[in-house]
Design a protein around this ligand. Structure first.
Ligand SMILES: C[S@@+](CC[C@H](N)C(=O)[O-])C[C@H]1O[C@@H](n2cnc3c(N)ncnc32)[C@H](O)[C@@H]1O
Length: 285
């Protein structure tokens, strides 16, 4: 069997199960350790039995609903490739809106201290670090598995010397006397858990495979948004900015005036024209 005939035969079987050709190509690329372009330029290359067996068992996992990112253990974000492992949130394309928002306000050569709350795979903070060569990053997540994965990603991207990793909770900051709380950050970024526990729109593929603590939040989905806004206020220097993602049409009006020293500044829309990122600014004085 060749690359081409395997793709074509599996394609129709998986399509029948509601899965796309992209999945097939990503999985085969993973088995052969190559990119998708290689598949098209080596369409007639013969596959051995072991390769076919691996490919078929990965396709079975996909048919059972496992996200491709967990099968191939990687996901692209803002053009960079991130290692992903089960137990760690899979980066979403709409989160790239945070990167564009920060880029619209700062120039690449600035010396910035950036803090990434709930950093997961590290996709937001590490992408910013790659784009701002004089910046430093504090990457914080309560999930130790996520911190380990973000350390792998930092190493792969050659960014580990400019990053501090902390496995701790972001909620309720300011009570401890840890030195990083005196960071005087220029920018804090976050994609907090913001789905209400009673939201029925979340797909089974997400709830069955992704870590619940990365998804759901109390207070109708607002708990983390509210408490992390307070935490950002502790860390930012006057004039510093906090960029965070919100859910589709999520209403944060009930909490936004309750935070001391932080004022809403701007909002940013994603590629579907949905308001996705909110920017707050820490007041001077
Ligand atoms: C929606 S995921 C975002 C991950 C990553 N920033 C991204 O955009 O792909 C939320 C992250 O917040 C972390 N998290 C949840 N509660 C937390 C807390 N109290 N303190 C720190 N991190 C927390 C989760 O482990 C998860 O990695």
């Amino acid at each position: 069997m060749t690359i081409g005939s395997l793709i074509q035969s599996t394609d129709s079987a998986l399509l029948h199960a509601g899965l796309g050709r992209l999945d097939v190509e990503l999985i085969l690329g993973h088995v052969l350790c190559c990119d998708r372009m290689y598949l098209y330029t080596h369409w007639s290359q013969k596959l051995d039995k072991r390769q076919i067996k691996y490919f078929q068992s990965f396709c079975q996992m996909r048919k059972k609903g496992m996200p491709v990112a967990y099968i191939i253990e990687k996901k692209e974000f803002y053009g960079y490739e991130f290692v992903i492992k089960p137990g760690v949130f899979i980066p979403r394309p709409e989160t790239e809106t945070i990167i564009s928002a920060v880029l619209s306000q700062w120039s690449h050569q600035e010396r910035l201290t950036i803090v990434d709350f709930g950093s997961g795979s590290g996709c937001i903070g590490l992408t910013l670090l790659a784009l701002f060569p004089k910046a430093n990053l504090i990457s914080v997540d309560s999930n130790l598995e996520a911190i380990k994965v973000s350390q792998i990603n930092a190493r792969n991207m050659g960014l580990e010397k400019r990053t501090i990793f902390l496995s701790t909770s972001v909620s309720g900051l300011g009570k401890g006397d840890e030195s990083w709380l005196k960071a005087q950050a220029d920018i804090v970024v976050a994609n907090p858990p913001y789905i209400s526990f009673d939201d029925e729109r979340v797909s089974e593929e997400v709830t069955a495979f992704e870590p619940p603590e990365a998804l759901f939040s109390n207070e109708g989905g607002l708990y983390h948004i509210r408490s992390w806004l307070n935490s950002a206020a502790q860390l930012l220097k006057p004039g510093g900015a906090y960029f965070f993602e919100i859910g589709d049409k999520q209403d944060i009006s009930s909490i936004e005036h309750k935070v001391d020293k932080m004022r809403r500044k701007r909002e940013y829309r994603d590629f579907s024209n949905i308001i996705r990122v909110i920017q707050f600014q820490k007041c001077h004085g």
